[in-house]
Design a protein around this ligand. Structure first.
Ligand SMILES: [Zn+2]
Length: 122
């Protein structure tokens, strides 16, 4: 999950550094109103916790691909070295494990994002 807020001058997204689980946490740590410099246009802007929006981290997709490739490589290794076992089952298992890991991870990410965006700070 990444946190972003829009610049009112250039309407581009800025990332909010730090780990926050809710807008209340943002308000607690950053303040009810904080100033930031836009990394696109360089202008100063005022951010309130309700401007902050949670989004999916694109990195998690890349991570999943890496796990999948690693799984396939391991599968290839296992099959070429232990051909007497059932190769279809080995491939199946090696594909299922990264998918399971990813869906579990993705589900918890999605619920974190939903929770963050649902609760407004007032
Ligand atoms: Zn800007």
């Amino acid at each position: 999950m990444i946190l972003t807020h829009m610049c009112p001058h250039c309407l581009k997204k800025n990332k909010l550094a730090g780990k926050f689980h809710s807008r209340f946490e943002v308000a607690q740590i950053k303040g009810e109103k904080f100033e930031k410099e836009c990394r696109h246009c360089g202008k100063k802007m005022e951010v309130v916790p309700n401007d902050v929006v949670a989004e999916e981290n694109r990195f998690s997709g890349i991570l999943f691909l890496m796990i999948l490739v690693l799984g396939l490589m391991m599968g290839y290794f296992v099959i070429t070295n232990y051909v007497d076992r059932n190769p279809k089952m080995v491939i199946g298992l090696l594909l299922i494990i990264p998918i399971l890991v990813y869906t579990t991870y993705n589900k918890s990410e999605m619920s974190k994002i939903r929770d963050f965006n649902r609760m407004k700070y007032d």
